[in-house]
Write a protein that binds this ligand. Structure first.
Ligand SMILES: NC(=O)c1ccc[n+]([C@@H]2O[C@H](COP(=O)([O-])OP(=O)(O)OC[C@H]3O[C@@H](n4cnc5c(N)ncnc54)[C@H](O)[C@@H]3O)[C@@H](O)[C@H]2O)c1
Length: 406
């Protein structure tokens, strides 16, 4: 079989996945190399639709993958697990095994700095006690080495690591100068691992995507740094399942002047993400990003509760049951219920590939700071007040139209 590097063509864009051995990362890499070998269609990728033709987005097959994790493991075994659990064609693995082994060579050890016990328990090394600046330099060196050893013209960094507990905003987070001072004095309470990764990526000029709900990543000071350095960034928390449906359905109640009285959501999942989210500190981050959608769309806050429970036997298959109680004419109370069942990583991976292509594109156009046109991809899009899926999608289409006209 030809080497992964040898058959590269076009732009050499690297993708650095934080949490490289996780379920979404494995599915992203498995999907991208399968697409390059034309083993699968690009289903689920928005950027493979007609509207994006002619933009000159980097080819998915031309992406070079690397990344870091805090666990040891085999990407091939992780891919075997994903393919088995999602009932995909197991023959795919035989075709891409060599590609996966090459990517495996590009996976380095990350940091668990201030990530909390649920994540520290996963790690194959004890929690670090180095100066924060040293840890940042270690990550920057990994990015530089990956970029130079593969002759990459661009490197996009995507956070796909386990969800951290929320990081409360501190004074030093409000501007980059105060934040730099906090880093100089190694103020470990002011950062989590996600902060270190985001800061390191931006300092290296790498477009950065936070697909997780971890609030430590895109702090105001970090966004300011991205603006100064001419680096596009966006997050938080990929919108793949229950919240995707919620942001599509809630505008319907507004349009029909139906008052939502209660919206209860109950999620069950069994993968490692579910195990980490079972810890109350980590779950708080996820519930925060899921919670704000309704009040932003409806303009008021109905009674609402989101629950997430870990059910190991479900593995990557997530089920969400939502019960919506609403009031109409003559005050009559009615209800709508939906059940969403999907493979979490299968839903997320094509969106990650879209985001990589669009982030690389934004950088090539000289865009910097937040990318509000990518709001439809996130549960809690940073810096965007629009939460309706349809309006967010319109923002993306408007952007595509504008850049085509330019
Ligand atoms: N699947 C979805 O639909 C979806 C949607 C939105 C957001 N997310 C978020 O995406 C993230 C990844 O999801 P997943 O299902 O792949 O989870 P996963 O548990 O399968 O993978 C996470 C990986 O990150 C690694 N990790 C943990 N802390 C790390 C650190 N500090 N540095 C480097 N690696 C670290 C873990 O070892 C693991 O391999 C989670 O935060 C999840 O909440 C998932």
């Amino acid at each position: 079989m030809e080497g992964y590097e040898l058959i590269m063509k076009g732009k050499r864009t690297g993708v650095w996945l934080i949490g490289a051995l996780g379920s979404i990362s494995t599915t992203v890499i498995t999907g991208a190399v399968s697409l390059r070998r034309k083993l699968i269609p690009p289903g689920g990728m928005v950027t493979s639709t007609e509207a994006f033709e002619g933009l000159g987005l980097v080819d998915t097959g031309d992406l070079v993958f690397g990344g870091c994790d805090v666990r040891e493991g085999s990407l091939v075994e992780a891919a075997r697990h994903v393919l088995r659990e999602t009932s995909a064609d197991p023959r795919i693995l035989g075709e891409i095994e060599e590609d996966l082994r090459e990517v495996e060579q590009n996976i380095r050890t990350g940091t668990t700095r201030n990530c909390g016990e649920a994540i520290e328990r996963l790690a194959c090394f004890p929690a670090a006690h180095r100066h924060v600046r040293e840890e940042i330099e270690g990550i920057r060196e990994c990015l530089r080495h990956f970029k130079s050893s593969h002759s990459l013209s661009e490197l996009v960094v995507v956070n796909l690591a386990s969800t951290e507990p929320p990081l409360a905003l501190m004074d030093c987070h409000s501007d980059i100068d105060s934040f730099e001072a906090a880093l100089d004095r190694s103020d470990v309470d002011a950062v989590r691992a996600s902060t270190i990764y985001a800061y390191a990526a931006i300092q290296e000029g790498c477009p950065y995507i936070n697909f997780t709900p971890s609030s430590g990543a895109l702090l105001p000071a970090v966004i300011q740094l991205a603006e100064r350095k001419g680096v596009p960034v966006m997050g938080n928390d990929g919108k793949t399942g229950e919240t995707l449906v919620k942001s599509a359905l809630a505008p319907m109640f507004v349009s029909r002047n139906l008052e939502v009285l209660s919206w209860q959501g109950f999620n069950i999942l069994g993968n490692m993400d579910g195990r980490v989210l079972d810890h109350p500190d980590n779950q708080e981050s996820k519930i925060k990003t899921k919670d704000r959608v309704l009040s932003k769309i409806l303009g008021y806050t109905p009674h609402s509760r989101v629950r997430i429970d870990f059910v190991p036997s479900l593995d990557d298959q997530k089920t969400a049951w939502d019960f919506i109680h609403f009031r109409g004419f003559l005050g009559a109370k009615m209800s709508l219920q939906f059940i969403w069942q999907g493979y979490d990583s299968i839903l997320a991976a094509p969106l990650v590939l879209d985001l990589v292509r669009l982030a690389e594109f934004a950088k090539s156009r000289g865009e910097s700071g937040l990318m509000p046109h990518l709001a439809s991809y996130f549960k809690a899009p940073v810096g965007v007040e629009e939460y309706s899926l349809h309006e967010q999608f319109r923002m993306l289409m408007k952007y595509v139209k504008r850049v085509k006209e330019e």
